[in-house]
Design a protein around this ligand. Structure first.
Ligand SMILES: C[S@@+](CC[C@H](N)C(=O)[O-])C[C@H]1O[C@@H](n2cnc3c(N)ncnc32)[C@H](O)[C@@H]1O
Length: 247
């Protein structure tokens, strides 16, 4: 299946493309970000998280995303707010983006650690780019309970391993990081994030009744929906960690 095409449709109605509310962004901004600092946003999507830092904290935001559609949407978003002077937007594989050492007061990696091959590889690549007091804001899924067989098989067919909190904490310690905040998404944030995808795919399939790819996308969305409602919602969490280098 063409997952790039699928997600461009599924995320059509999202602003932030993660189970993350504005309230969490406000908490991170207020407590952890110096006004007019520099932000690096890895897998920046439509630019809504960067826009928050540019608008509320006069940040300069370096956005990196591989999607021409999302980077163009981000450009239009910043242009509409007359904030193009507060950002640069790179349409490229973030794994190839060279971040300077000690350059960023805040690095956002929200659901995008797989860009680097996984959680601990993302830490190894991103931590050196932080200023000494800078924060790494990492959104990651985790599970602390044995998973039922059908869910385990579904994940393994996608080559998807969900780490435990213990594994995450071990990786954070090994990379010399302390946790300042850990915001677990609540069920409403998750449900909205998932529901927006189901609705967008369902609408698309209705608008394209004779399209085989639309039917394939709908079948995939229904399988994801079943796994989410039966398992993911009950067995997994999505947490935004706010981290900085320990002294
Ligand atoms: C789940 S979305 C998150 C977007 C954004 N961080 C947000 O919270 O709204 C993941 C984003 O990562 C981007 N992405 C996926 N693989 C990438 C890669 N190798 N390099 C750069 N961006 C990538 C996708 O295009 C998508 O915009």
């Amino acid at each position: 299946m063409d997952f790039t095409a699928y997600y461009h449709i599924a995320f059509r109605h999202h602003t932030i493309m993660n189970p993350l509310s504005d309230d969490v962004l406000h908490q991170i901004g207020w407590h952890c970000f110096p006004d007019s600092g520099r932000v690096l946003d890895i897998g920046s999507g439509k630019g809504y998280v960067s826009l928050f830092f540019a608008r509320e904290h006069e940040a300069y935001c370096v956005q990196v995303d591989s999607s021409p559609i999302w980077t163009e949407a981000a450009r239009q978003l910043f242009a509409g707010e007359e904030l193009l002077g507060s950002t640069e937007i790179h349409c490229m594989d973030a794994a190839d983006f060279q971040a300077g050492t000690g350059e960023y007061h805040c690095i956002l990696c929200l659901g995008t650690a797989p860009v680097y091959g996984g959680f601990s590889d993302a830490l190894a690549r991103l931590v050196p780019a932080l200023t000494p007091d800078g924060v790494l804001v990492l959104g990651e899924i985790s599970t602390d309970r044995p998973l039922p067989g059908p869910y385990r098989r579904y994940l393994s067919r996608q080559d998807w391993e969900i780490p435990s909190t213990e594994e995450i904490q071990r990786d954070l310690a090994a990379n010399g990081l302390e946790t300042l905040f850990a915001f677990r998404s609540d069920s409403r944030e998750w449900d909205l994030y998932m529901g927006l995808q189901w609705k967008a795919i369902s609408d698309y399939a209705r608008q394209h009744p004779a399209d085989e790819q639309a039917a394939e996308f709908l079948a995939w969305a229904r399988k994801e929906q079943e796994m989410y409602l039966r398992y993911q919602r009950h067995y997994a969490d999505w947490t935004v960690y706010v981290l900085r280098q320990a002294r």
